[in-house]
Design a binder for this molecule. Structure first.
Ligand code: F6P
Length: 553
């Protein structure tokens, strides 16, 4: 947005200022007034793509506000930038890279290309290699060094090389009929130790997943796993018990993993957008190649919709505009993602990386400070658990937190339908309560009705009042399966893209993670006592000295 010419820029500034005013007015007016004025509001403020519904009616966005937001999207050249992404342009300008994760779920007729070279065939050839490997693991024709079938697969990766497949394997567990998947990400030795504690290494395959194959956590865990396999089964067994996924194929071969077990991807796939690539190998092993293709098809359906639907009906655009409205026009600093689905328990963590690593930036595409605030803090937990933990703050806290409820109309457990009925009732009740609230008079009358004394009712009533008019979005679909899940994840990917364009930032770099990594490298010899902490800041040096005092020798 901010790389636009000056006249266009001032057009944007005035639109943003107008929207901020509208946002503040909307906060005062609330949502109930909008329903009172238009009882058909659900019809006009909820949007569908087949069996996927996006309900924005419980946000304090009037139809005029939405029109002003669409106008902002047009002025910010959203459609042009989207088209540039799909065309393989190097829109990741600070790293000089194309952003083409959509090609990973494309079909030959989509014709995705980078630098004029079509990428479809290469993508298909990696997918085919993954399919052959997964199928052979699943049917037991690939065996471990001692001739036993693999029962367990441990993915070693972090960030985008962990969160996507870990989230997806849990989300699609009703479709998991292959070897059991485990995920190790943390450099804390406890993670690897606890994960392999119950495993038989002779029936365990390790996948080392790292785009760069340099990430210290992944490399450290992979080396340790390698040593454990060599100790248990002999050095010559290592090749049979490892596979790798990376863009840095030269580095992988140095680790000693045979070439036919190495699956590549490309620099035009960002780490947090890579679950569709070979990084998804653990998911394919768990659910099988066919279901993995359905997962890709679901994402492709969302890509096609994002690419072709008018902005006014375009789900990622609308979700992005609602997010921008909450963050910039209304000034809410965080957003809660609450899937009413235990199997989506890792979705909030996945979206934290997707959203916060993409849009947690304060410098625009023009190298200057962004004119508005940017990405919110993203957090969440599955419902109903969250209701018994932090929902108190959502209903009565001093910060307004827009909530995104995600729920399927049907569960997978046919014999436990009443559980799903209760789950749905709770999900709906929470968004209803957030919007509707309860006046102090209602609270008072309720207590009097239960026989409380007037004095006691008067004293307690303020504590039992709910202001209401707290915004929420509901995303609803028929059932969680590979297709609908792929579509849901792609919806969020494109939403992040939309918000980035409105913020005027590059969503595809992550320079903000560098400094900590650099400092950790310098601190290691200080922690181990090989170097002095004296040239660090006084707090860090002080902490190092106390750690050294406390460490077991
Ligand atoms: O796949 P790699 O290269 O090991 O990187 C893991 C993660 O580390 C990051 O670079 C951040 O440190 C993420 O963007 C990435 O997903």
């Amino acid at each position: 947005m901010t790389d636009a010419p000056q006249s266009q820029q001032s057009g944007l500034t005035s639109r943003i200022e107008k929207l901020k005013t509208l946002g503040q007015e909307a906060t005062k007016r609330g949502t109930r007034a909008l329903f009172a004025a238009n009882p058909n509001r659900f019809g006009s403020m909820s949007f569908r793509l087949d069996d996927l519904l996006l309900d924005l009616s419980k946000c304090a966005i009037s139809e005029d506000d939405l029109a002003a937001l669409i106008d902002l999207a047009r002025a910010a050249n959203l459609a042009e930038r989207r088209d540039a992404m799909f065309a393989g342009a190097k829109i990741n300008e600070t790293e000089g890279r194309a952003v083409l994760h959509v090609a990973l779920r494309g079909r030959p007729e989509d014709g995705y290309a980078v630098d004029g070279e079509k990428v479809g065939e290469e993508v298909e050839s990696v997918l085919s290699a993954m399919s052959r490997f997964s199928a052979a693991l699943r049917d037991g024709s690939i065996k471990g060094a001692t001739g036993k079938t693999f029962t367990d697969v441990v993915n070693i990766g972090i960030g985008g090389s962990d969160l996507g497949p870990a989230m997806a394997v849990l989300a699609l567990s009703p479709f998991c009929d292959g070897p059991k998947l485990h995920f190790v990400s943390n450099i804390d030795g406890a993670h690897l130790a606890d994960t392999i504690a119950g495993l038989d290494l002779s029936t365990t395959l390790f996948i080392v997943a790292s785009k760069t194959f340099t990430t210290i956590e992944t490399m450290t865990n992979a080396e340790t796993a390698r040593k454990k396999v060599a100790a248990a089964l002999g050095e010559e067994a290592v090749g049979a018990h490892f596979a790798a996924v990376s863009t840095a194929l030269d580095k992988v071969s140095a680790f000693g993993i045979p070439a036919d077990r190495v699956f590549g991807f490309w620099d035009w796939v960002g780490g947090r957008y890579s679950v569709w690539s070979a990084i998804g190998l653990p998911l394919m092993i768990a659910i099988g190649p066919e279901n993995f293709r359905a997962f890709l098809s679901g994402a492709r359906a969302m890509d096609q919709h994002f690419k072709t639907a008018p902005l006014e009906q375009n789900l990622p655009v609308l979700l992005g505009l609602a997010g921008w409205w909450h963050r910039v026009a209304q000034g809410h600093p965080s957003r809660a993602i609450i899937p009413y689905d235990q199997r989506l328990a890792r979705l909030p963590a996945y979206l934290q990386q997707l959203d916060m690593e993409s849009n947690g930036k304060h410098v625009g595409l023009d190298g200057r400070r962004t004119p508005t605030v940017t990405g919110p803090v993203v957090w969440g937990e599955p419902g109903t658990n969250g209701q018994h933990a932090f929902f108190q703050l959502l209903h009565q806290g001093t910060n307004i937190v827009p909530v995104e409820f995600i729920v399927a109309a049907n569960g997978h457990e046919g014999d436990l339908k009443h559980h799903h009925d209760l789950l749905l009732a709770n999900c709906l009740a929470q968004s209803e309560a957030l919007m509707r609230g309860r006046s102090i008079e209602e609270a008072r009358q309720q207590m009097l009705g239960k026989g409380m004394s007037p004095q006691e009712a008067e004293r307690i009533a303020p504590h039992r009042e709910f202001s209401g008019d707290r915004p929420s979005i509901t995303i609803l679909y028929r059932t969680l399966d590979p297709f609908s899940f792929g579509r849901l994840v792609a919806l969020y990917e494109h939403r992040v893209f939309v918000e980035a364009q409105l913020f005027g930032i590059n969503a595809f770099d992550q320079w903000g993670v560098e400094l900590g990594k650099e400092l950790a490298t310098g601190l290691l010899p200080i922690v181990t006592g090989q170097a002095s902490p004296d040239d660090r800041d006084a707090s860090t040096a002080g902490l190092v000295r106390v750690i050294q005092e406390m460490r077991d020798r």
